[in-house]
Design a protein around this ligand. Sequence first.
Ligand SMILES: [Zn+2]
Length: 448
Amino acid sequence: MAVSNCAPRASPSYLAGKLLKSLPMSPLGVRCVQLQSVFEVALSVDSLAGPGAAALRRLYAFTAGTARCRVGPELSRKYGMEPDNAQLVVSITNKATLEQAWYNEVRTRKPQTFKADAAGLVDPTDGGRMCDFCNWRTLTAEDTWGRIERPHAVTGSNLFKYGEPAHGLVLFKHHNPLSFSREQLKDFLAVSADWFTAAAVVHPDACHPFFIWNCGPRAGASQFHGHGQLMLTALPVPAQARLTQQSELHAQAHPGTSLYHDMVQAHAAVGLARALGQGEDRCWILAHLAPQKDMEVVLLGSSLTSPVFVAALHASLRALVDSLGVQTFNCGILNVPLKQPQLLQQPAGGVESCPAANGLPREARLDDSQGLMLAFSKGMGSDEDVLRLLPSGMEWRPLMARVVSRGKTTSPASDFGCLEVIGHASIGHTDPFLLIQRIDDQLASVQL
Ligand SMILES: [Zn+2]
């Protein structure tokens, strides 16, 4: 299905002054206009130049237009809307994946007529005293080969499975699902990595891992306690199958680049990409232009146990929870690397016998993040130097984490309506330029 770039049909005066200035070129070859909103990106995309802008136009299609209506006096007074009403609506579509988001600043004023208790995320377990997962030793199942355990996290087996042959749980050892340190998240991801490795030994025909983290009932969680789910199946979930297919097609259609390469380049070109690095390891953080749901952050890393991936995911989640008021979110991870089962030893069961994941010594995997470097925003060389570090071509298959807010817990209205469920599009409530600012605030406190 072809998606064409449409020339902007509206140029509100408040944007035009900024966009028409003649500005010098950045190392990326993109005009150094300080873009500040997705609306500015959509209205200026055709005038941007350079390799970053080429990737932006190669991967994303933009439309910008005015939608009009007439508003009567009573309605105008009630909602503060102009009688002769014109609203700028922008769409952004990923041409490879067809992911699509629609933005309209006016929607931030949309009333919500359904009312709910303002208590937010409610703990039904009396602060953990009635929590199954706080009592994980007796009130969670374990896999036939045992559990993986670290100081801050432990695995179990899902008691009500929808995946086979392996469907596990990963639990923080503390109760509050919104309060987790980087150290706790590191253990949460490390036991998950070891679970995938152990499950692959027992089920060598299952080679499709998927990491699922639902926080809060609105996001699909059935328990308050912070936890995720781990699937290892012979059949990939559709998102994984599509990602594999689309990345291959994109690389074939555009030799010399890749879907992931273009995603980083496109977001870097408009100021929506950041990177963390340590040695050869990298994690790219993108405030997604075409989010699946509100405030989507896409992270491209190397493994669940990479210190820079852990630091980047922690900074992104803390930005959502601490700075943007998110109390319910989904975090899914695709392209999880899986060690070849034939290279592994059969575990005898239990914690100590599980092989280390990803082939790295335990000490290396658990190393702290000293020496982390920030890029795009803080000196790790020029943007051009940083982008040169991107692996290119079809060989690069980065771990891809996707984090989305699931809306206001105080609103009973679902954030998934027909547009999302049937139309497979989404509404961009929060501008990704605001999101990247909040992530920057978190990255500023990452210890170097
Ligand atoms: Zn608990």
